[in-house]
Design a protein around this ligand. Sequence first.
Ligand code: ADP
Length: 755
Amino acid sequence: MPLTSVADRLRESMWRSANDKRLKRLKRVVDAMPATPPTDLTALDMGSDTSLAGFLAAVGEAAGRELGLPPFPNQYQAAAALLRGASIELATGEGKTLVGAMAAAGWALQGRHVHVLTANDYLAARDADWMGPLYRGFGLTCGAVQAGQDLPERQRAYGADVTYSSVAEAGFDLLRDRLATHPNRRTGARREVVLVDEADAVLLDEARVPLVLAADAEPHRDEHAVALAAYVRGLEAGEDYVVAPDRRTVNLTDAGLRRVEADHPGRDLFGTDSEFLVSLNLALHAHAVLERDIDYLVADGRVWLVSGSRGRVDRLQRWPDGLQLAVEAKEALGSAPGLQVLDQLVVAELVGGYEQLVGMSATMRAADEELESLYGVQTVVVPSHLPCRRDDQPTRLYATSDQRDAAVAALVGEASGDGRPVLVATQSVRESERIAGLLRAVGLDCVLLNARNATEEAAIISEAGSAGRITVSTQMAGRGTDVVLSKDAAAAGGLLVVGVGRFASARLDGQLRGRAGRQGDPGESVFLASLEDRLVTDNDPDHPQPASVDGDGQVEENRANRRVLGVIDHAQRVSDGDQRSLRWLSWRYGELLRVQRAHLAGVRDTCLEGPAALERLAGHAGEEIAELGERVGQDALEAAARLALVAAIDATWSAHLGHAAELREGIHLRALAREDPLSEFEKEMGAAYQGLAEQILDDAVATLLDAPVVDGRLDLESLETRIPSATWAYTVTDNELGSDLTRIGRSLRRLMSKD
Ligand code: ADP
């Protein structure tokens, strides 16, 4: 839409009511923005008047009229920053949904298509529904994508000016579009502007979680994994291995290592066969840490780590391959149907496909350098419209986790007794169950929130602000919904947020604290940590011991304890740094594959219609193909060439991905051998890609010439069945498992340095 007609439209609908005085005030508000990054304001010049301020006046009017939400001054500032291309930090409860919609309307009026990405389906539907009248006020449309929708429904949702969707659905749709066998089987999503809600969580915390499309494949049985599963069953718990108290990790003891060495003579565990030790660790993890029906289910002869809308094919999660295999071996499912990964992507690839990326969250600033270096995102901090009245207490540090747990129970009991709502946040699902059990054991009634049913989540969180209510949750649960205080609860001092242990980064701590004290509410936050927390044992195992603790085991605030009191912050910095380098590393590992994928997808696109596919194949094996053409006719030949080529491209890419995964799994071991694993990886994958083109053409020609010809007609249907269809869509998780190969690599390195 040309800009002049945007201006006309604005003037027609909303403009008249935005009088001069209001406009001037808005211009002042916008000009008073904290330092905005340099932006292209001309892109927003909507004709005459004061452009951006003019649009904001109109959209503000519409928000008041259509939604009953006249924006606060800081919401205008936030929307202006977004429209200028910056990402925003805005505290929880300040109304990011409306801000996002104001900006989205601005982009859409410039004729740009907008995708608003939320944490889950529930929020996508809710926000589209809630903000719909605002868009309609401007003659714009909006739609929401939901899991389980069929293609026409998705096409409708993507056909709207503004489309709300979860990150996962947007990713799966991009993958499906890439694998479509005909242009009209695509969603039609136009990837122009993407606005990511909870941007730091999506772009950083979940950045390494791949979204995967897979097809059913031949059963496979890994004898090695099966043998190891049997072997670890014979090891003695407590003797040969110990499971950490939080039940998240298992480690071989020195005695265990000696036993493994003795049982496998000829294996050089700390040298050439270190890969064996990795597989053994995975088998042990599957055996000793993961429990059937708690951590995973066995259904239809498969092991599934189930989440989301229960039992739904669309939203499954899997572990990284090695661990998945180990669990399958443990459950003796070796002959279960396998999965063939067709294509996958991480969120970086999804958001990188848009012309423009902006984000919003309550905790952007703490990560702004990383967000800028990875995604080129610049952040502006927008002040709250009311001053924050939340009281953030310093962390209380206890010597042992038992002492800390007792202190948590006491604190929660007291606050709840005073009529304050309490939100207890834990580090993992297991931990949340443990803490809930503990509270119930001392007679404290609590609601446990860790199931990932988003609809329930929203309901539980919206109740979490009533007087005396105790809610125990995991960190990410209930994202995007507000804890609204009841009158009594506010009078009693507002929400108390209790963190059981500090999180892996200060930013995550901040996300949690933000639950309390929304929109000027009273509130308080405090973390209770212990020296036995994983944050400490993982990242600062050689910390100093406290010189003195009080009667409850809390490390006393005095000079002698100065160093030990700093342990938590130190461990958190180490952990944060580790996470950051991991993200950087996976980004680098992914880079080459992303380029290769984009290139191949481009080739594939040109082959979906017309004679391009046939021309490519004819260039490869002209004579035989010409001869086939004489028998079946040109049209049939072109159609068959398209199918054969697409089938070959998809199969070859799938194999290439498999190769990359294998290489990566093994390559960290080369790091131990002091080779540069990344450049090794790139060298090998680069060379492998060189060979793909030839192989694709060979395969496609063979398929084409193999196709049955019945009565002078080519059997296109049988060719179509050669293209594997994506029956599975899932995410791969290594959350909460601590089985990450890097951890194993780390412990291996420790072991080796002992010698
Ligand atoms: P955030 O995502 O920033 O935490 P939400 O978008 O969920 O916040 O909004 C929080 C609450 O604030 C909602 O209940 C919403 O109705 C309310 N709200 C937002 N903007 C306004 C406004 N301009 N006037 C009144 N209430 C508002």
